[in-house]
Design a protein around this ligand. Structure first.
Ligand code: DOR
Ligand code: ZN
Length: 418
């Protein structure tokens, strides 16, 4: 199968991109040859397709919220060629059989590339370590107890030592449970105004500090999930400066939203960690611009309508994020002049590939043909009811954004087209 993309913008130049089988064979002007299909890009910008290192696909067990088919469709609609799915499924993805199940099911679906993340501890209970080696053999790309913190420092220390031996990235959901105390939103002025119980930002920071100290002592890598606080960013900045092998991600909702969104009690804004203050948001933007934050990940957390149409304190945490990630990030980071488009590509494609040891994440001759075509001038309103994801839970429904995903090509095959 040979495919030609005509007149796409790559680094500001109008070029053709020739694809052969799963690879990019040539990038240049007026390419000629025998192609099975020609795509007229007509000035759309070609980017290396996005890689989401933090997705919840919910299968097995919670198919009423999302399944591998609907989640993969949402991924390619969002411009993602690749997603890494978190283990808080039912049963928990804490053994090779479930890892294999996800790998095989994703292959049948054949839309996005799906890499399971295995649980650090059995049942996400924090008590007994899961078998990292056999999960890695079955196709797990990293380890995490996401959704739950690894409560004790001793368990995290052991997990980091094992992960180092198996050369697996360990992704930590940082939440010191004793400080949560039934909180449901960020502790502060808006929580008080809304009459909702607060979660202090130090609940996140304390565990970020713990992971940094452990990684430093063990001289090993650790990845911090969904950073949302100004002081968390600062802890990571200082650790990086003294050579600690810490990496981190933030999410589009911490880039675009603050805890003001909870004032109307819309449970779509309920997420863990919670939306923080404008001061935190500004620190996230600075961290993205200065390289402290490595990656934008979605933490795509689809929920059923019924999980969200309840009292705020009872509603499920999470935002359905795959299909608005690029537009929100482009609007709030690039269009507003905080970072360049190149930097956004680093955050959404290049860096996640490096951290996970994937070959993709770049648009080069000979490289994998994972390409997203975007219309950077297109303004539109996010419309959750048209999401491919089963989860329509987003506080950004109806928001006007700029930059739209038009086509997603995964290893040489068109998997999504507007
Ligand atoms: O908001 C969240 N939702 N945060 C998490 O850590 C887990 C996720 C989920 O699985 O719904
Ligand atoms: Zn998490």
């Amino acid at each position: 199968m040979a495919l030609l993309i005509k007149n796409a913008l790559v680094d500001g130049n109008k070029v053709d991109i020739a694809l052969e089988k799963n690879r990019i064979s040539q990038i240049g002007k007026n390419l000629k040859g025998n192609f099975d299909e020609v795509i007229e890009a007509d000035g759309l910008t070609a980017l290396p397709a996005f890689i989401d290192m933090h997705t919840h696909l919910r299968e097995p067990g919670f198919e009423y919220k999302e399944d591998i088919a609907s989640g993969s469709a949402a991924a390619v609609a969002g411009g993602f060629s690749t997603v890494c799915c978190m283990p808080n499924t039912k049963p928990v993805t804490d053994n090779k059989y479930i890892v294999s199940y996800i790998v095989n099911r994703a292959k049948q679906v054949d839309l996005a590339k799906v890499y399971p993340i295995g649980a650090i501890t059995l049942g996400l209970k924090g008590e007994t370590m899961a078998e990292m080696g056999s999960m890695k053999e079955a196709g797990a790309i990293a380890m995490s107890d996401d959704g739950q913190p690894v409560t004790t420092a001793q368990m995290m220390r052991l997990a980091l030592e094992y992960a180092k031996d198996y050369d697996l990235l360990l992704c930590s959901h940082c939440e010191e449970k004793s400080l949560i105390n039934e909180g449901v939103v960020n502790e502060g002025e808006n929580a008080t105004r809304a009459g909702l119980k607060g979660i202090p930002s130090c609940a996140e920071d304390i565990m970020i500090a713990r992971e940094i100290i452990l990684a430093e002592m063990l001289d090993t890598k650790v990845h911090i999930c969904h950073v949302s606080t100004a002081s968390g960013v600062q802890l990571i900045r200082e650790a990086k400066a003294r050579g600690v092998k810490v990496s981190c991600e933030t999410c589009p909702h911490y880039i675009a939203g603050t805890d003001e969104l909870i004032l109307d009690y819309n449970t779509a804004s309920k997420v863990n960690p919670p939306l923080r203050t404008e001061k935190d948001r500004q620190a996230i933007l600075k961290g993205l611009a200065d390289g402290t934050i490595d990656v934008i990940a979605t933490d795509h957390a689809p929920h059923h309508y019924e999980d969200k149409v309840v009292d705020f304190s009872l509603a499920a945490n999470g935002i359905s994020g795959l299909e608005s990630a690029f537009s929100l990030s482009y609007t709030y980071l690039v269009d507003s002049g905080i970072v360049t488009l190149d930097k956004l590509v680093e955050l959404m494609s290049k860096r996640p590939a490096e951290l996970l040891g994937l070959e993709s994440g770049k648009l080069v001759e000979g490289g994998l043909a994972d390409i997203t075509l975007v219309d950077l001038d297109k303004e539109y309103k996010i419309d959750a009811k048209n999401f491919k994801s089963k989860g329509k839970n987003t506080p950004f429904d109806g928001w006007k954004v700029k930059g739209k995903v038009m086509k997603t090509i995964v290893e040489g095959k068109v998997k999504y087209s507007v």
